[in-house]
Design a protein around this ligand. Sequence first.
Ligand code: ADP
Ligand code: MG
Length: 698
Amino acid sequence: MPSLNEMDIKYLPGVGPKRAELLARELNIRSYRDMLYYFPYKYIDRSKTYHIAEITGSMPYIQLKGRITAYTTQGEGARRRLIATFSDGTGTIELVWFKGIKYITERYKTGVEYTLFGKPTLFNGRYNIAHPEIDLADDIIDRSIGLQAYYSTTERMRNAFLNSRTLHKMIYTLWHSIPGQLEETLTPAIIERCHLMGINDALYYIHFPRHVEDLRRAQMRLKFEELFYLQLHLLRYARLRNRHIGGHVFAHIGQYFNRFYHEILPFDLTEAQKKVLREIRADVGSGRQMNRLLQGDVGSGKTMVALMTALMAIDNGYQACIMAPTEILATQHYESIAQWLAPLGLRTELLTGSRRRSERKPILGGLETGEVNLLIGTHALLEEEVVFENLGMVIIDEQHRFGVAQRAKLWKKNTVPPHVLVMTATPIPRTLAMTVYGDLDVSIIDELPPGRKPVHTLLQYDNRRANLYASLRRQLQQGRQVYIVYPLIEESEKSDMKNLVAGYDTVCANFPEYNVCMVHGKMKPAEKEEQMQRFVKGEAHIMVATTVIEVGVNVPNATVMVIENAERFGLAQLHQLRGRVGRGADQSYCILMSRYDLTQETRKRLEIMVETNDGFRIAEADMRMRGPGDMEGTQQSGIAFDLRIANLARDGQILQLARDVASAIVQEDELLERPANYVLRRELARNYAKTVNWGQIS
Ligand code: ADP
Ligand code: MG
C-alpha cells in the first residue's frame, strides 16, 4: 500500500478534482493523511433522540427523528422564507430556511424519515428550528455515532456545499477505504511508558468517538504526539547546534568583575541575580556558544546582570555589546553603566541612529582597534559599518522587539559567534517558553530587590474622574510625578489621537499650577526626546503619553500611572506600563480607568491586574484567556505555531511529559540512529523536513 502521504485526496470517492482543489486551497488538505489529521474543533452528544412533545424552552441543540409533512413559503423578496412542517408522531414543529430554498425542497422529500439536528427557539408561541441539519435516518454514520464531530469550514466551502457534515462523511469513506492498520508513529517504548492509545484507534476515535472516554484518550495521544515531535525537533536542533558551534571560552573571572563586585556595586545582589550569573558563568566556560534567555519582571535588576555578564567578557579580552529597543532605553543604560565602569578605566560608548557622522567616527575606530570595551545602542549596532575587533558577548534587552533574524545578524560579525544573552520583561509562561524558545536555555529572576513596595493597583470607572484628579493632586503636592497613558492602536489612530489631545487639554485645564508634557509615536524623534527629557529632569510634573513609554523611561520620582481606557489594553501591556512606577522608595499607584459596562471577560482581566503584581501569574492568565497565538513575544519567535490539536494554555502537563520523554531520547541517541528510534527519525523528517534549515546551524 502506498503511504497515506502519497495518496491524493482527489481519488477518494465523493471528492473529485473540484472539491480536491477547494480542500487544498481552503484547508491545505491534499493527501489522505492530511485529511485524517484534520481534526474536529468540537463534539456534540447525539446519542439521545428527543420527541417533539418533550421540547421545552431554552434547550440546546437536540436531535429529532421524523418526517416533513408539508412545505410553504412566506414573505417576499429578501424576506422570503421556506417553512416545513416536521412531525414525529408526538407533535409537530416548524423548520425555517432563509436561503437555499430551491436546494432544500429538491433535496429533502416529504414523507421520508430524517434525522434532524438543531436548536429549537420559541417564536410567536410556537417552536421552530432555523436551518436544521438533516440526514437520512438510516444514514450509515449515525448508527455508530455517539458524539458528533464538527469541523471548521470556510465560507467558500459552505457555498459549494462542502460543510462539516460532508467532510465527516468523506473521512468516514476514507477510513473504510484504507486496507489494514495505519503505520504506528511512536515507538512501543513511548506508548507503553505514557499509556497512550495506538495511532490506529486514536485517529479513528478522534473522528468517530463512541463516548467521552474514547475521545479523551484519542485526544491525549494525538496531543502528546504533536508536542513530542515539536520538542524532539527543538531539543535536537539545540543540541546539534551546541555541538557544531563552538564558543569563546571565558576561562576566568578577572579583575574587572571582581573590582566591580567588591568596590563599586552599590547593593547586594539578590539570590536570583546570583543564581543567573552562575548559570551564565557555566555557559561561557563550557566551550559552547551560549544562547540564553533571561526572563525577569520589570525592576528585577536585569541591567545589573547584563553589566556583570559584559564584564566576564571584558575580563577575558573580549568586547561586549548591549542592544536596546529604543533610543531612550539605550541612552539610560549608557548613562548608568558608563558611570559605573569609568572608575575601572573601561571605555563604554553609545551608538544610536541619531548620532552624527562626526560622533560615530571615533566610536567605530575604537571598536575596530578594541579600545572600546562595551558598546551600548539600538538597531544601529547591526549596521554594516559596525565592526568589532573581537566581539565575545551580545546582550539583547527586551527580546520581543527583535526577531530571530536580527539575532542571527549579530552572529555574522565574528567567525566564532559571540555568546548571546537575551533579556525580556514580558514574562512568558513556562509552557510557552519551552516551545517558543525551545532552542534557548532559560534563566529566570523570580525575586525583586529588597525594600520594593508593590505597586498598589485600583480599578476606577470613568464617572469617578473628579476623585481621580483629587488623588493625583495629593501626589503632585508631595512632589511626585504622574504618567497618564492613552491607548493608540493603529486602525483607529485618528480618534485615538483626538482622545489623547483632548485628554492633554483636560489635564492642563485641571492642573494649571503644574507643567504637563505630551509624548506620542507620531512625533519627530527630537521633539519626543525633548518632551521626555522635561519629565526625566522633573521640569514637567505630568506626562500624557501613548504606549511609547512602555519600555524605557526610568523616573523613580514618578509614583502614579493612570491608564485611560484600560479595557483596551492587553494584560502584558498593562503590566509593562505599571512597571514604569514603583521604581523609587515611595508607595506607587497604578489606576486603571475604564468604562462601567465591561464584558465579564474584560472585567476579569482588569481584576487580575488589581489582584497581583506577579508578571508570571499575569502571563499565565493572559495566555489562558487569549490563547498562546496572541501572546506578545511569540509572533516574532520564528517558530510556526500551527498546533493542530494541542493547546499550550491547557495542555501544560502533556507538554512537560512530552518534553521529558524527548529529552531522554536526545540524551541517549542524539542522531536517532538506534533501530528502535527509526520511527522517530522518519516522523520527524515528515513533520519538520520543510521547516529546518540545517545549513544555518553549521
Ligand atoms: P529591569 O531591567 O529588570 O526592569 P533594572 O535593571 O532597571 O530592572 O533595575 C531596576 C532598579 O533596581 C535599578 O535602579 C537597579 O539599580 C536596582 N537594582 C538592581 N539590582 C538590585 C539589587 N540587588 N538591590 C537593590 N537594587 C537593585
Ligand atoms: Mg531593563
